[in-house]
Design a protein around this ligand. Structure first.
Ligand code: SF4
Length: 359
């Protein structure tokens, strides 16, 4: 099967049991809209990507880029209405975008687990953390309570909660922010997911604890063999964790490639601008000048045009530039200056720290 196989071909393969080289997760043309007083807000616009088993894919972009809505649309955490989600989400060979809510509930929190930015909101403060992990296990697996309790204590211990058997009976408010996030990770691992979706899980934590949690996730990934889809605005986190990177802006994918491509051969002006803000790339640590376009009235053409130093009149016309090869077939960029042969025109020499050998 090729990356361009049609839905019917994949369904036929699934029906005949043919072995495929399908990734663990294939998101195709995912679009998420919301009806608002100001009109239709398109938070995610025709986004496609894949995640292979055991791989870490980071989605990076500023606030409002659509990265969180994209991941929450995968398991339809977003309520419809007010949301409206279209596109295909193939997980282990099944289009879960077409599944019933009941089936999706089994997948969500089972084979696909989520860890959110704010564990405070994700936990139930009326129950002990141990009870909540036991519940997470027993919702998806028919195991006796004693066995689930034993597993919960093992998980608490594994994520670094000292004296886990005693802390099993503590309530969320008795844990620090970093410990709560460790508990959330334990809860997510309770069902041995194939895919962990982690949405800015370290943003609310101080730098030292953030680093510990990232190290823990990397260790657990090896141990549990799961893939991670990690949402962040922090390029430092991307550098530490990612195999593959998807750069989003205003609901669109701007660039995708390996972590090497993104940091050593950044090709889209937006990626270059993000990197250019970092002190290690000569930036002052601030943000990119300008603001994102209004998501209820995105401009025609490239959505980055108002903030792009390479903008030309054609950028503001027609559809958003489609993705083209940047430096390799699997390193793509959505920018009008790139041609089918990866000719980057004026952008080539503008890579932050260009003495680092772009292209
Ligand atoms: S298409 Fe034009 S505006 Fe958009 S990133 Fe490329 S050069 Fe900049």
């Amino acid at each position: 099967m090729t990356a361009n196989s049609t839905t019917d071909e994949r369904l036929a393969d699934a029906a005949t049991g043919e072995q495929t080289d399908e990734p663990l997760l294939r998101v195709e043309s995912l679009t998420t809209e919301f009806d608002t007083e100001n009109g239709t807000l398109t938070a995610v616009d025709d986004v496609s990507f894949t995640v292979d088993p055991g791989e870490t894919v980071c989605i990076v972009g500023e606030s409002g880029s659509g990265k969180t809505v994209a991941t929450e649309s995968i398991t339809r955490i977003i309520n419809q209405p007010p949301g409206r989600i279209t596109g295909e989400v193939w997980f282990k060979g099944e289009n879960i975008a077409a599944c019933s809510e009941r089936t999706l509930r089994e997948v969500r929190g089972g084979e696909i687990a989520h860890v959110f930015q704010n564990p405070q909101e994700a936990m139930n403060h009326c129950f002990t953390v141990g009870w909540q992990i036991v519940e997470a296990i027993r919702i998806h697996e028919d195991v006796p309570e004693a066995a689930a309790r034993e597993r919960a204590i093992e998980l608490l211990d594994r994520v670094g909660i000292d004296n886990a058997s005693a802390r099993f009976d503590d309530y969320p408010h008795e844990f620090s922010g970093g410990q709560k996030q460790r508990v959330m990770i334990a809860m997510a691992l309770a069902t041995s997911p194939d895919l962990l979706i982690a949405d800015e899980p370290t943003t609310a934590l101080d730098v030292t604890v953030q680093s510990q949690i990232l190290d823990l996730l990397a260790e657990l990934q090896g141990e549990f063999g799961m893939a991670i889809l990690f949402v962040t605005h922090d390029l430092g986190v991307v550098a530490q964790l990612a195999d593959e990177v998807i750069v989003m802006y205003a609901g669109k994918v701007m660039e995708r490639g390996s972590v090497y491509d993104i940091f050593e051969r950044p090709s889209h002006p937006y990626t270059q601008a993000l990197l250019g803000c970092l002190p290690e790339y000569g930036g002052a640590g601030g943000g990119i000048p300008g603001i994102l376009p209004d998501p209820t009235a995105p401009p025609p053409g490239c959505r980055f045009a108002d903030r792009c130093e390479f903008v030309v009149p054609d950028c503001r016309e027609g559809d958003h530039p489609s993705e083209l090869p940047a430096t390799a077939a699997d390193h793509t960029v959505a920018c009008i200056h790139y041609g089918p042969e990866g000719d980057a025109g004026p952008i080539r020499d503008a890579t932050p720290g260009s003495d680092r050998g772009h292209r």
